[in-house]
Design a protein around this ligand. Sequence first.
Ligand SMILES: [Zn+2]
Length: 478
Amino acid sequence: MSTGSTLLVTFDGLRRDRATADLMPNLDRFMREGSNFINSRSVFPSETRVAVTSTMTGCPPGSHGVVANQFIHPVRADGLFRTAEWDDLELAAQAGQLLDRPTMGQHMAKAGRTMAVVSTATKGASRMMNSSAHALSQPVFSMHGTPVSSQDLHQQVLTRFGEIPAAEAPNTARMTYATDVLIGLVYDTYDPDFCVYWMNDPDMSSHAFGVTAAQTAQAQKGCDDNFGRILDWWRAGNGPENIIVMSDHGQITGQRQLANLDIIPAEFGRASIGSFSGLYLHDTSDQNKQEVVDWLTRQDFCGLVFATAANGAPIAGALPWSAVRNNHARGADIGFTLRATDCSKNYGPDIDACIFAAWISPGGGMHGGLNKGELSTVLAAQGPAYRSGFTAEAPCWLPDILPTVLTTMGLPLDGTEGRPLVEALAGADPRFGLVPPVETRLLHAECNGHEQYLRQWIVDGQTIVDCGWTAGTGAWSQ
Ligand SMILES: [Zn+2]
């Protein structure tokens, strides 16, 4: 066990306000007894592969370049680039166009330390937890087998624990299997300095049954029971020094489905339609962007709109990409969310809702946009590096996790852009315990009576998005 060694446990798709003592007693207690970051946020778009990559590079999407779960990428000249797919990621990696920033796996290799991944997530999400793991000989176990898993580890797991249970919602059988692998094999065999353990519930069950459904509550309990097993093992003196728990985003209710995905006139250019949609225009002039924004803001599906002029200013009626830290050369010319409820004052698992594009049935959970229910995440930590019983009020987000871990390891933050969450750190370093300055800012844009708002925090000079909403003719209507 090395200084700062850390296990990062993720509950995929867990809204902060659903991490209650009733539904998840082990997690609730862990949060209260450790350092609890009560204003933690995801990134935009609030999609899993974007969130994973932001976490594992310590950078926002505008810097690492995985700008959405699916987008238009030069390596897929005539289709969508789908980050869930191993082949698409491999194509981009071979072209040197997957990631523009180093990953935690590379930081660990450079420092002569080790990293492991145990994941129940998709092939793509598991890949992005350590995108160059195989080249660095860092072990990965995925439910999907090779080429996501390391071949030798996968074989050891099957020999030791038998066949992998089938995926189902709730996916508790797979969580239990993955926990067995984590505490029964991976730590004993590799003793990783940094380890990612990823549970794909409650996300999977929440998509299928809804945010507050009984089956989703059951999935949360399954995850929490397994987290309890990990805590028992850890408190008996096994594993890492520190444990961090996070969720990658929340979910809101997908209330109404678009009649079809063909919502953008073909003459505008190519489109990737989802909770977050990107338009890649044939004509990228400021004048054409303005015309498309004018058109978009008249559509009853349109939520918040992002577009930046050649000189970096926002297109009138839209917000600039920089406002959501997603300004990247591989990004779309214009992006928009599907309309959702106004979360500026009131939000909660029972009332947050949105229009959705595909993949779920009405009433199922959805995410990807800027509603507070999608952006507010769980983040808490325990271990010798962290203060106990500490409520951290300073806003933070996924890119802050890696710089925090590197700081507890005493390693340089090279290439990361997040903020080490020093207010929660214990130790002699004079920075530890200092709370950063925080300002709030409200951005606003208006076009054709369609109004949009984005509430930001400026923490130590860095922008974090609290949430966004629309009003006027852009207001939610059921
Ligand atoms: Zn997710």
